[in-house]
Structure formats: C-alpha cells, structure tokens
Write a protein that binds this ligand. Structure first.
Ligand code: 13P
Ligand code: SF4
Length: 334
C-alpha cells in the first residue's frame, strides 16, 4: 500500500473522482473536494483489494454516503444487507450497535468499526441486568428490543425491531402487552398505532429529543407549503405536529415520491444533505442537529481500518448466540 503518495490531490485523482464529485456538488463546496478526493480514491481502491464492502447509514456525511458507501440505508436495511453480502470484510459506517448487528449475522466475517467510540445514547441507556429486572417486574410479557442496543441487551430479548417495522413486530407476537425498550418515544409512537399495551423504558435519543413543536410552528409560519416529516425517536408532541412519521429510509422515500417544494426532515441533518444531493428541486429547511456519534466516522478513519483491518467487532460467543436469535426473528418477521 502506498497511501501517502495517493493522498495528494493530483490531476489523476481529480479526473478519476470527478463523477463522484458530480453526485455531491450541490452539498459539498468545490474548495472542500481536494481534501476528500484522495481519501475517496484510496478507500475505493483498498476496498477492492480487501474484498470489503462499506455499509453506510443514512446519517453519514455526503462524501461517505455518496462516494464510498456500497450499501446504504436505515438500520433494518443495513442488517438485511449484512446478511446477504458475499464480501469477506464489512466496514460499518454508522454506530457501534449497527456493527454488532452485522457481526451477529456474519460471525465468520471480519466486521470493522472505524471508531469504536461511536456509540448511541439509546444503546447506553439500558443494560442486560435492567432487562432482567423488567422481566421480573412484568412476568410473562415478551421483550421487544429496538436494534439501538448492545448485543448484551439483545441477548436478554425475545425479538428485535427497528423504527421501520416496530408496529408490525409488536403485533406479530399475538399478545395483549409487551415490554418495549429502550426508546420511550418510539414506544409511545407504537402505542398510538396499535391496541397492544406497551410497557416502555425511559431511554432517549440525544438528537431527536432536542426537537420541539415551537420550532415546527415557526417553520410552518415561514413557509405555507412546508412538509414536516419526523423520525419516531422524536417526542410525542413533535410527532403529532408532523405530516408523516417514519424510519430514516421511509422519510427519504416520502421526499423522493412526493417531492415537496419545502421540507423539514425532523432528524439528523446529514440525511437532509444526502437527499438534497439527489433532489435539487426540493428545498430542505433545517436546524442542524448532528449525532455526535455518527459524526465520529470520517474518511481517514475508514481508510485506516481498511488498511489495518482493525478495530474489529467481536462478541462473546454465548451473548452472540442469544442476541442473534432476537435479530433473526426480526428479520424473518419483516
Ligand atoms: P433508522 O433505523 O430509522 O435508520 O434509525 C436509526 C437511528 O439511529 C436513528 O436515530
Ligand atoms: Fe443513537 Fe440518536 Fe445517534 Fe441514532 S441519532 S445513533 S438514536 S444517538
């Protein structure tokens, strides 16, 4: 590997990355491209040498999402794609629980996490011991666990869910009452869509809990025709004030199909950049709420992990075996 040679913005790098810059030119200033382009070219080359695939969550910045991501999507799509890929190495451009899910479904593959500290406030809100205590307090109630959790918590669960299949998963169990962890707001949203009684946990997402109804009203006052679409991790009053509620991919599809003139995507703001790059006729109105964990993933860290094949995600065998059952049940039910 001769990475140091290739990290200069040479004429050849400019030429070979020009089609990729074309995809993101409306959201990445021309002056910034010489910083990204050498990394983009090196990552795309090393990825082939390593027989690696990069799974990129919808919250990655545009130079990652559009220029090095091979398979992109929401948490459910990433889990399914992790299960289907033939690549020997998986790089998870997202947060730690997503890499753990990929490893659970592919124990024989190398799963790399560009920054092991890229966690999630929901995942850190609950432990395996908390789940055991909940079960003891509510005997006989199945535990439905949002994928934004550690493998240790998944191992204590009956089935997993994501924001795109939560209602379906809860109803698939055929019971009157379930424990749903750890997102209090997702649990509240599911409760509003089903007759099944939900016992929630008080975990919150640091990004989505910051949105307010006042903010939405302010934008509605500024643009008569604004569409407001929100992620179910937002507080209940914010969801009630929105025109549509869905997972990150459901929100993207909503914009792609409806093509509103103005839209406020009430979620992490890199996603608006990623959709804006594809939908130049839609104007995205947004306060920029960034996920501090997602933003730990950068091009230099992706290149570094591909070159060194470190750091690798490893899960204790017994935990992995039990957690995998909960994830596989979800994939089968959705
Ligand atoms: P999605 O499953 O909708 O992609 O959500 C993941 C996430 O972490 C949202 O904050
Ligand atoms: Fe976790 Fe929220 Fe970041 Fe999603 S946006 S990874 S839920 S902290």
């Amino acid at each position: 590997m001769t990475t140091t040679e290739t990290l200069d913005y040479t004429k050849e790098i400019a030429r070979s990355t020009a089609p990729l810059y074309d995809r993101v030119k409306t959201v990445i200033p021309e002056a910034e491209w010489p910083v990204h382009a050498p990394y983009v070219a090196a990552i795309n080359r090393v990825k082939k040498e390593r027989n690696a695939v990069i799974l990129a969550h919808n919250y990655m910045t545009p130079e990652i999402f559009h220029c090095v991501g091979d398979l992109c999507g929401d948490s459910l799509a990433l889990a399914k794609m992790a299960q289907e890929t033939d690549a020997e190495v998986i790089v998870l451009a997202g947060v730690h629980f997503m890499a753990e899910t990929a490893k659970l479904l592919n124990p024989e593959k190398i799963v790399l996490m560009p920054d092991m500290d890229a966690g999630c406030s929901l995942a850190s809100s609950i432990t395996g011991a908390d789940v055991r205590a909940l079960r003891a307090a509510h005997p006989g109630r199945p535990v439905v666990t949002y994928v934004n959790t550690s493998a240790e918590v998944k191992a204590e669960s009956d089935i997993c869910c994501t924001s795109s299949n939560a209602v379906k998963i809860v109803e698939s169990l055929g019971v009157d009452e379930v424990i749903m962890i750890p997102d209090e707001y997702l649990a509240g949203f599911v409760a509003s869509q089903t007759d099944v009684k939900i016992i929630p946990w008080q975990g919150h997402c640091v990004v989505h809990e910051a949105f307010t109804v006042e903010e939405i009203e302010e934008y509605r006052g500024m643009y008569d025709d604004i569409a407001v679409i929100a992620h179910p991790e937002c507080p209940g009053d914010v969801l009630n004030a929105a025109d549509f509620v869905g997972s990150t991919s459901a929100m993207i599809n909503w914009v792609r199909t409806r093509k509103p003139k103005h839209v406020f995507m009430v979620t992490e703001c890199s996603m608006s950049d990623n959709v804006a790059a594809e939908e130049p006729e839609v104007e995205f109105i947004r306060p920029c709420n960034l996920c501090p964990y997602m933003k730990m993933i950068t091009l230099p860290k992706i290149l570094d992990c591909l070159e060194t094949l470190e750091p690798r995600v490893e899960i204790d065998e017994d935990v992995a075996m039990r957690a995998k059952i909960a994830v596989e049940r979800m994939v089968a039910a959705s």
